[in-house]
Design a binder for this molecule. Structure first.
Ligand code: OGA
Ligand code: NI
Length: 421
């Protein structure tokens, strides 16, 4: 019997050994580049099918750049159109000083460029202190590693243990987090208005600003960018992502069958819709696949994403009731965090408990609980995203993934593209 490459035990053993050696060296991808490597280690090589072309031709689409000083009516309309057709947009003239953004990007860059012996002290996969720096949070579970180092932080509701955060970044991160909350609140209000909701505070009241995770990515020069990725294609699981990037391009958004660059614009803030907001908006806003190409430029690419997630455990999540009618039925079931959390650890549920939960308020639906749990577990293995470092959100994310998957096809392919620049 022949063995495929992936099933070959020797090959797998060898791959794991190489991964461990690399991880335990704590030098990160940047460390490999500093050693003058001209070919990338085999565990960074992605299977052919997922190798992204590094020289995509210019697209006929542009991710909208929206002037935040536009009259409110226009602002609401532009944001609503962008969130409905691209799931992504950039904002300019938002009032956050360029110096605040540059301070953040520069401090992340400087941290990554510290002497190895200094930086290594922070290298860890343990988020117990709310902060960890490593090459790929999913290094041991992904099919192939990506050319990127990441500093991950839990900002709220519980701040990180600042002793575990690079001290040179602390001030810039605290300043940035305040701006993210302020701009996040404005954006949630505008997005509510775009949905035509009477209460434009509803997303804020659903605690959508209260749990925040930051991922600061450093994509160093890659000698063979066509063989690997910077960040593989994914959609963000939370409500909204607020991102800033330096001048080196790399972030691409899927628009129909095309990959479209989010062109770096100095001082601009990139916003994208996450899975939870797609559900709450009953698919009016869309959470779209995006990726980052491995960086072919000598200059590193640096980006900082803050993921906004809900923190309330007992609120009912699902399509907002105000948006539903006979003509517009709910595309997703309602669920609460607490319920999902119970299900996530419900392996030992008795038939009686099972019945109770299944009947409950109907929010779990008709699918037998054990098969739901199994599915969630399977999703768990598939999805790896920094936002999942917030343990209480995991079950929700998996529930969303399950619901999204069971509704196919979903996404831009079916939607008219109506927004230009
Ligand atoms: C993410 C992400 C994009 C980037 O962290 O989820 O999509 O530009 N990052 O680094
Ligand atoms: Ni993302």
């Amino acid at each position: 019997m022949s063995t495929t490459k992936e099933n070959d035990p020797d090959r797998n053993y060898d791959r794991l050994k190489q991964l461990k050696e690399f991880d335990e060296s704590k030098i990160g991808v940047k460390g490999l580049v500093d050693r003058g490597l001209s070919t990338i280690p085999s565990f960074f090589v992605h299977p052919d099918s997922s190798n992204p072309p590094t020289n995509s031709t210019r697209s006929r689409h542009n991710i909208p750049v929206i002037d935040f000083t536009s009259p409110r009516e226009i602002l609401v309309q532009k944001i609503q159109e962008s969130a409905s057709s691209f799931g992504f947009f950039q904002i300019i003239n938002h009032g956050i000083p360029l110096a605040t953004i540059n301070h953040l990007l520069n401090s992340v860059t400087s941290f990554n460029e510290l002497p190895e012996s200094e930086k290594m002290k922070y290298y860890s996969r343990d988020m117990a202190h709310g902060a960890a720096f490593s090459t790929n949070f999913d290094l041991y579970i992904s099919k192939a590693a990506s050319w990127r180092d990441t500093l991950q932080l839990r900002l709220a509701p519980t701040p990180p243990d600042w002793d575990h955060v690079p001290s040179s970044c602390k001030e810039a991160i605290i300043d940035w987090d305040k701006e993210v909350v302020a701009i996040g609140e404005k954006l949630l209000g505008l997005l509510c208005e775009g949905l035509g909701l009477g209460n434009t505070d509803v997303l804020k009241e659903m605690s959508c600003l209260e749990a925040r995770i930051m991922a600061a990515h450093y994509y160093p020069y890659c000698p063979q960018p066509e063989l690997t990725a910077g960040l593989t294609s994914h959609s963000d699981p939370g409500v909204l992502t607020v991102l800033v990037q330096n001048e080196v391009p790399g972030l691409q958004v899927k628009v129909g069958e095309e990959w479209v660059y989010v062109e770096p614009v100095e001082g601009a803030i990139v916003i994208n819709i996450g899975d939870i907001l797609q559900i709450m908006s009953n698919d009016k806003y869309i959470s779209v696949e995006h990726r980052v190409l491995a960086n072919p430029c000598k200059e590193p690419r640096v980006s900082v994403a803050v993921f906004l997630n809900p923190s309330l455990r007992d609120k009912v999540f699902g399509p907002l009731l105000e948006l539903l009618s006979d003509e517009k039925p709910a595309h997703y079931q309602q669920f609460t965090f607490a319920e999902r959390a119970r299900c996530g650890s419900a392996e030992k549920l008795t038939p009686k408990m099972e019945q109770k939960i299944n009947k409950g308020d109907g929010s779990i639906g008709a699918v037998p609980i054990h098969s739901q749990v199994r599915k969630i577990r399977q999703e768990m293995e598939k999805i790896n995203h920094p936002a999942l470092q917030q343990p209480e959100i995991r079950p929700v994310v998996h529930e969303i993934a399950r619901q999204k998957r069971s509704r196919s096809p979903l996404g831009l392919a079916q939607r008219p593209i109506s927004v230009g620049n």
